[in-house]
Design a protein around this ligand. Sequence first.
Ligand code: PLP
Length: 374
Amino acid sequence: MTIPYSKPSLDGNEQRYLLEALQDAHLSGDGRFTKACHAELEKTANARKALLTHSCTAALEISALLLDIAPGDEIIMPSYTFVSTANAFVLRGGVPVFIDVRADTVNMDEALIEQAITPKTKAIAPVHYAGVSCEMDTILDIAKAKGLAVVEDAAQGLGATYKGRALGTMGDLGALSFHASKNVVSGEGGALFVNRPDFAERAEIIREKGTNRSRFLRGEVDKYTWVDKGSSYLPSEIVAALLLAQLERADKINARRVALWTAYHHAFEDMERAGKFRRPTVPQSCSHNGHIYYLVFPDAASQARARGRLVEAGIGAPSHYVPLHSSPGGQRFGRVAGSMKNTDQIGDGLLRLPVFGHMTDEQHARVVEIVLGL
Ligand SMILES: *Cc1c(COP(=O)(O)O)cnc(C)c1O
């Protein structure tokens, strides 16, 4: 592949901090690098409380435990998402209830939430696709009126906002990812934003194997013990050291990605008008982070043709999710509420183009040239 789909930018303080973490010889979690990451995330997102986890999947699992999801409880979510949005709840016996996405933003259609609510509904899990926010005011209003929790899957959302609020800080809980495929990476990694003060202490306990070790480390109790359900969800200091270096440069990485995204967007305007494909829509209320630039072709055949031409030219151009409602796991563990028309169409037609921090203007121009020739 001459132009990869994605590639991390690792030329800041990554090596220095990794070496320092090794020299500290504090390799388990919750040392100084983890604390610095918490502070940085809380400051830049204006979040009440951030907790590093070993993945976004782990942050979602903590959320399901915090909400005491029990067998039969229903969680409304889009079908066009990564498996972890659903599996975190399925692990507790929860039932994902899939609703369609909007054709313009590829986010859950907020107008379809109410028809999916039943007496068993416990939570709504909006997924901010490509770092573009869901229509959170409407979602939060519905949740409040119906007494439902909101868990934001903000895996792709670091640095993006909705009406000035950081993604992941608007619901009761928000999950972020620092997987190698995201904008800011630690290989595997994630974080949980705990936005409700009454969840703060229990979130720490669940993350620390069901113990009150976090209070012990702060000197609040003289020994720690088993107090609740939990598992091992915290990352090592090695991971936190790498992440801190990335968080320091998050704005720079995101700015370059947004510039590349915007240049694609201008370049393909005429082709959209000619009906070749649809370009992404970013609502006025959203500021995004350039996580994904995608095109939505009219059908699977035209998408496959375009993908073939790009791959032939050595350009990484992947499709994205197999909609969960049509996957074996989704059929076994979840159910659909209403038509999945947009989800099916986007599942067939969506194609992603390369965007990464160190992508050169020449590489970008080459991708544009191939797409314009489609
Ligand atoms: C990447 C991603 C995840 C999973 O993140 P991990 O950190 O790999 O667990 C979950 N949901 C969405 C929408 C994602 O894009």
